[in-house]
Ligand binder design. Structure first.
Ligand code: HEM
Length: 484
């Protein structure tokens, strides 16, 4: 406990990072998080911190105030953490608050024609065309693929011997990529898995290197380092994806319906706009494949990594997940995620404390008002799930890990606009139920088979770099459980 208190009240510098032992921690476990400074950061410090770890920019007032205004060099920003105002921005008046140029610049790579990036009419058409890909029935059918990916990883861990040290954060990136390849390209990736992964990692590494200039809304003409390298990486990776799509397109044309691979790529190639019957262009198919890979990979991997960490510090919840997994994994894959209620509560609490998308942003088109706060055109609106989920006006003991908030008897008390790991409104995450199902099934399947313990020397600290990840990975000792 003492160690946690130190970390919580200390400065934001790396020296304050937490060294966590694998020891038992009571119900009041406060997972590591920056201790918000009382004063707002001054411009230079803000710039440096934005570059290093944007999570550490949030000062204490943002966790207390419903709305706060911040003057940035290029625009005014409103940090909105009041449920009624969030509803206005993201739902009721969503047409007035489009994704801002900052986000679009970050996404202005191969994702430009995909659902995450497009706006207006193009977005409407894509969203209704893609909706069946993530309908409940389709997602439920992917439970088998998720279990298969968990089996593959379990087999690998077992081969490491009676105990082995692994970086669970890296292992979770492997498994979520495997789930995506099994559900998007169920008949395999022609170029070999390692080559595909290397190309994809290179892409994510460069895309993750957007800087303070982007975050501060600097105009487009200000040169950004790394953009040219990103282009080269993209050309290669797009080539790989194009070949996969082309091969599948040819196969689909020659196969009868019943023999088609039942995966997201088939669904994407066969998808039609219900209003016009129009199918997607090649560029849209490619962009959406890249979108699913980028939006669904690290987000879910980090959710899983953080949940392993949180369980390693909470033997009581780990025992409950193990007990539930032993019971429920004996049953059918169909409906499995719905039966894993304790595991799902742990995942939801993980998403509260460490939301993979820590902040959402929009830009006001026309003038508007959020309560008594006047919003001018071109104002930047930031809704940060990280702040919202730890807001003092909205949560009881916001910094404490307590999955019981999400158990069925308590779940309905969580206010809808106080908990937004997947966003809300028309642009809500299309893959939310896919991700929740995947994280729940994979966590249960691995916790049932292995005991995982944080290494004593592990440093655990949240770093916001596109997604919210453990800054130094998650070194854990993994031991197969007896009779599992
Ligand atoms: C734990 C995992 C995930 C988290 C926390 C997450 C979070 C989010 C959030 C917050 C948004 C809304 C962004 C905004 O409003 O600006 C979003 C959008 C989106 N997500 Fe996810 N996501 C996850 C997994 C996935 C998966 C598995 C997929 C697909 C395979 C996916 C595909 C998308 C797409 C396509 C959008 C854009 C939707 C639109 O604009 O209509 N996500 N996600």
């Amino acid at each position: 406990m003492f160690l946690y208190s130190i970390a919580f009240s200390d400065t934001l510098l790396p020296v304050s990072m937490l060294r966590i032992s694998g020891s038992e921690v009571a119900e009041s476990f406060r997972p590591p998080a920056p201790s918000p400074p009382e004063e707002r950061l001054r411009l230079f410090k803000l710039l440096a911190t934005l570059k290093q770890n944007p999570l550490e920019c949030w000062s204490a007032e943002f966790f207390r105030k419903p709305i706060a205004k911040v003057r940035l060099p290029f625009t005014d920003a409103f940090l909105v953490h009041d449920p009624a105002s969030i509803k206005r921005v993201l739902v009721d008046n969503a047409d007035n608050y489009r994704k801002d140029p900052i986000q679009r610049r970050i996404l202005a790579t191969g994702l430009a024609d995909g659902l995450l990036s497009v706006e207006g009419k193009r977005w409407e058409v894509q969203r209704r065309t893609l909706a069946p890909l993530f309908a409940r029935r389709t997602v439920t059918a992917f439970a088998e693929a998720m279990l298969t990916a968990a089996d593959t990883l379990a087999e690998r861990w077992r081969r490491l011997g009676p105990q082995a040290n692994v970086d669970v954060a890296a292992e979770m990136r492997l498994i979520t990529l495997n789930v995506l390849s099994l559900t998007i390209f169920s008949d395999g990736i022609r170029v070999g898995y390692d080559e595909f992964r290397t190309a994809m990692d290179a892409y994510f590494a460069v895309i993750g290197r957007f800087g303070a200039l982007d975050l501060l809304g600097a105009p487009k003409f200000v040169p950004r380092p790394g953009r040219r390298r990103l282009r080269r990486t993209m050309v290669y990776f797009e080539g790989v994806i194009d070949e996969i799509i082309e091969t599948r397109r040819r196969r689909l044309a020659s196969l009868p319906d019943g023999e088609r691979a039942d995966d997201l790529l088939t669904l994407l190639l066969c998808a039609r706009d219900p209003s016009t019957g129009r199918s997607m262009s090649f560029a849209e198919v490619r962009s959406n494949i890249l979108t699913f890979l980028s939006a669904g990979h690290e987000t879910t991997a980090n959710t899983l990594a953080w949940s392993f960490f949180l369980l390693s510090q909470s033997p009581r919840w780990r025992a409950r997940v193990q007990e539930e997994a032993e019971r429920e994994l004996k049953g059918l894959a169909d409906g499995l995620a719905d039966r894993l209620v304790v595991t799902k509560a742990v995942i939801e609490e993980t998403l509260r404390l460490y939301p993979p998308i820590a902040a959402l942003s929009r830009m006001a088109d026309k003038a508007d008002a959020l309560g008594s706060v006047e919003i001018k055109p071109r104002s930047l609106i930031v809704v940060a799930p990280y702040v919202l989920h730890r807001h003092q006006l909205l949560w009881d003991r916001p910094d404490v890990f307590d999955p019981s908030r999400f158990m069925p008897e308590a779940r309905s008390a969580v206010p809808r606009f106080a908990y937004l790991p997947f966003g809300i409104g028309p642009r809500i995450c299309i893959g939310a139920s896919f991700a929740l199902q995947e994280a729940t099934i994979v966590l249960a399947a691995l916790v049932q088979r292995f005991d995982t313990e944080l290494l004593p020397e592990a440093k655990v600290w949240p770093l916001q770099k596109i997604t919210l990840r453990p800054a130094f990975g998650l070194p854990m000792r993994v031991r197969p459980r007896e009779n599992a």
